[in-house]
Design a protein around this ligand. Structure first.
Ligand SMILES: [Mg+2]
Length: 183
């Protein structure tokens, strides 16, 4: 398996079903296969970092305290499963007034890289949206498009973007990575 410095993960549609603007912990559920996939990657020495756009904050749909509760739950769940999660970075920006922090911008990735000494060009970005793939490509990362979440729609509007990998979901993607020759 190819070894990455860090595997960046999108949140909604990647780790959990995406009903749109999750604003309460009761609406949040990991995909049942998520931890099996993460475990495979972790067993091969990978650490993780979650990078998520949460425009629901600036839209007034998602409350910051509720978001913190959800992210505490995610952090605890990774910890319980002995997975090395460096952090969860989120961007509250509205798409109409987005800073460089909102994916496909590089802001959150660069902040995480500074915080944790990450070499971004040696990383993998996994997500279900065009902005995930574009962000990874912009930073010279390998990219993986998942067809979970809105990935199927994304796969139809890739244009000239070519994700390094395309997989059904996070577990399928982890298995696909295991098959790759190390380099
Ligand atoms: Mg997503």
């Amino acid at each position: 398996m190819k070894k990455y410095d860090t595997i960046f993960l999108d949140r909604d549609g990647t780790l959990n079903p995406d009903p749109g603007y999750i604003n309460d912990l009761s609406q949040f559920d990991f995909y049942e296969f998520a931890f099996e996939g993460l475990q495979l990657l972790s067993d091969n020495g990978h650490r993780f970092c979650i990078i998520t756009n949460q425009s629901g904050i600036s839209r007034g749909i998602v409350d910051v305290d509720k978001l913190s509760e959800i992210h505490d739950y995610i952090l605890n769940s990774f910890h319980k499963n002995k997975l090395d999660l460096l952090g969860i970075y989120y961007c509250p920006d509205h798409p109409d007034k987005a800073s460089n922090n909102r994916k496909p911008g590089s802001g959150m990735f660069l902040e995480a890289s500074q915080d944790h000494n990450i070499e971004t060009s040696k990383c993998l970005m996994i997500g279900d949206a065009l902005s995930d793939i574009q962000a990874g490509v912009n930073l010279g990362m390998d990219t993986m498009l998942l067809l979970s979440g809105k990935g199927l729609q994304t796969s139809e509007k890739l244009g000239t973007l070519r994700p390094t990998f395309i997989a059904e979901d996070l577990l399928d993607g982890a298995k696909l990575l295991l098959e790759q020759p190390s380099s």
